[in-house]
Design a protein around this ligand. Structure first.
Ligand code: AKG
Length: 277
């Protein structure tokens, strides 16, 4: 713990900003306890990482069934309020810890979507998830995408593909690069893993050549300053009533910024401090 922050009370102001690859003093014990130190390192250096066994096999099986049911065989968006399993997934302690590391304290939920890819499903196309952020991308990550792989990820099964090193370029791929996908490799991992990457990493997926379906839940967390892709405001009171303060943070109710009820200046310092961690 640095001397400057060790003695700070909840409402005192931070003057320093942590570097993009640093784990804050407050978060480190949790990251260590959850066994995620190497994942943080890999995400910071390489732009991606995989967390295996993110939940129990029973959760994974039930989650897969639910996605197939609500996704009607293809996929869907705006899933958070559709079933408790989606809330459980986005509140998974390992995902939350990685999100705080990657997109900062006080981060928001941006999107809960799902895809179901059968045999012959084409590639989505190479892109960086910083889709509405102009290049050069900032040094600190803005978006963390966590893909809950309900099925094993293999190249033939249509796994996510990534271009190693592309995270360091801090820009979108151009037309030629998008067509070539040069240097791409598959993320290979067992069912029940969560593959995650930052907003800078160029990625796509392989066409699926196997029978059966690849079922994935795509969860995106974002830094407080980014506008979320999805708007859960109509369901927010119920979700917060059921799941509490973390859900409230994820839905943008724990910061000082203006809402329908006005701004909460008692949270101003904490909000500004969060932006630096
Ligand atoms: O479906 C995949 O494997 C990749 C998904 C993707 O591109 C994304 O969620 O941004």
């Amino acid at each position: 713990m640095s001397e400057s922050t060790a003695s700070l009370g909840a409402n005192e102001r931070y003057f320093d900003t942590l570097p993009p690859d640093a784990i804050s003093d407050e978060l480190l014990p949790e990251i260590e306890q959850l066994g995620l130190v190497d994942n943080c390192r890999q995400l910071a250096m390489e732009g991606w990482t995989v967390i295996e066994n993110a939940a129990t096999p029973e959760f994974n099986a039930a989650f897969r069934d639910k996605i197939l049911q609500v996704g009607k065989g293809t996929g869907a968006n705006m899933l958070l309020a559709k079933d408790a399993l989606f809330a459980e997934a986005i509140l998974n302690p390992k995902l939350l810890a990685m999100a705080e590391f990657s997109v900062g304290r006080g981060f928001l939920l941006s999107q809960v979507a799902a895809s179901v890819r059968g045999k012959g499903a084409p590639s989505i196309g190479l892109h960086a998830d910083n889709n509405w952020i102009p290049a050069p991308f900032p040094a600190h990550n803005m978006l963390l995408t966590a893909c809950w792989a309900c099925d094993e990820y293999t190249k033939a099964g249509g796994a996510t593909l990534i271009v190693p090193g592309s995270n360091a370029l801090r820009r979108h791929p151009d037309e030629v690069e998008t067509a070539a996908c040069a240097g791409a490799i598959p993320i290979e991992c067992p069912a029940g893993s969560v593959a995650m990457w930052d907003g800078n990493l160029w990625h796509s997926n392989y066409p699926r050549t196997l029978d059966g379906e690849r079922v994935v839940c795509h969860i995106t967390y974002t830094r407080l300053l980014c506008r979320p892709v999805e708007d859960y405001e109509p369901w927010a009171d119920d979700l917060i009533g059921t799941y509490g303060k973390k859900m409230s943070q994820l839905l943008g109710r724990e910061d000082a910024l203006f809402k329908r009820t006005g701004a909460d200046y008692s949270k101003l310092t904490q909000t500004f401090n969060n932006a630096k961690r």
